[in-house]
Design a protein around this ligand. Sequence first.
Ligand SMILES: [Zn+2]
Length: 316
Amino acid sequence: MQNPATHLYYHPLSLQHDTGSGHPERSDRIQALLDHLEKTGLNSQCIWKTPEPATLEAIQTNHSLDYIKMVQQVAAGGGGPLDADTILSSKSYEAALMSSGACIQGVDTVCKGNAPNAFCMNRPPGHHSRRSTAMGFCLFNNIAIGARHALKQHGLERVFILDWDVHHGNGTQESFYEDESVFYCSIHQSPLYPGTGMPYETGDGEGEGFTLNLTVSSGTRGNIYESLLNEKVLPAMRDFQPELIMISAGFDAHRRDPLAGVQLEDEDFGMLTSGVLDAANDICEGRVVSVLEGGYDLEGLAGGVEQHLRGLLGLL
Ligand SMILES: [Zn+2]
């Protein structure tokens, strides 16, 4: 018997990764979500889970040991910048291990049928981080590590990642660019940071045809996202027949977000979620693991996540 409720992964360490005053990727994001879920009563509809930290071995499925050690050492030394906008504090290494751990355990719970789906309410985010480089507020690539875990530990052969963060997930794309076992699909604003994710980037070698980049311009509204979902994303998903669907759920395509110009409303995140869930029910017994990425306006983030969770809980 499957438990009918979404498992929600949260750990207090996500509040202790301190990026410094004025940084958009700040602990207030998680606090705003905690407050909003309580206010709306959604907190009692999900089953809360406390993640364990990812093991070094798990992080190494996607990152070089030298890079992991460097992150550990900078944090142990009190923190500092890894690039112009990726800042560590003393707790950031532990928080990053927990952020990836949440993703791994979300995969475990969904693959074992303990929950139909899971949402990892974690930070730091992950989709920009590369094998040996931190980038764009991201330390370890949580969703890539989760997908590798699904392949290695659960013996899956096909995982589909949908990344609707407003920025292209260059790190995730790189991880699976030559890999036919993970389909990476991104809807993102272009031109915008990090500048990758052109429609002609479609994978290479064995991975040719398993990367799909859908670009939108600043000002794009939900009706275009709905068309892209129905005409591009879901057909690709049905063709691929994944055994697990993962979502890089960023909420910075919200109209209130200060870092981009896409104009999605709260409800558009519910529409995207319900569309993916319907397809997941047809294709892979509803197995969806969603992982928080960006979203920098606290009200927009809270409203978007509320609709996303309502979708995951089947309340829409
Ligand atoms: Zn983003």
